[in-house]
Design a protein around this ligand. Structure first.
Ligand code: SF4
Ligand code: SF4
Length: 63
């Protein structure tokens, strides 16, 4: 079965810099005005985790 992933954003640490939104190759992340939203099409590449300067992102495999 195909693996599925979800993105958890630590709201206390996220400063809305938009790096994750800009760099996600599949445009899975979106800024809704007050938070970063996971659109449910994450491939698990973990680029956003690497780019986030505030370590606010955790990518997890959905079980
Ligand atoms: S892990 Fe990759 S695909 Fe998933 S949200 Fe982050 S950058 Fe996008
Ligand atoms: S890169 Fe990190 S700090 Fe910047 S918007 Fe994304 S989660 Fe927030």
């Amino acid at each position: 079965m195909e693996k599925k992933f979800e993105v958890n954003i630590n709201k206390k640490w996220c400063k809305h810099c938009m790096l994750c939104v800009e760099f996600c190759p599949v445009k899975n992340l979106e800024f809704t005005g007050d938070k970063i939203k996971d659109k449910g099409k994450c491939t698990g590449c973990r680029l956003c985790e690497k780019y986030c300067p505030d370590y606010a992102i955790e990518v997890k495999e959905k079980k």
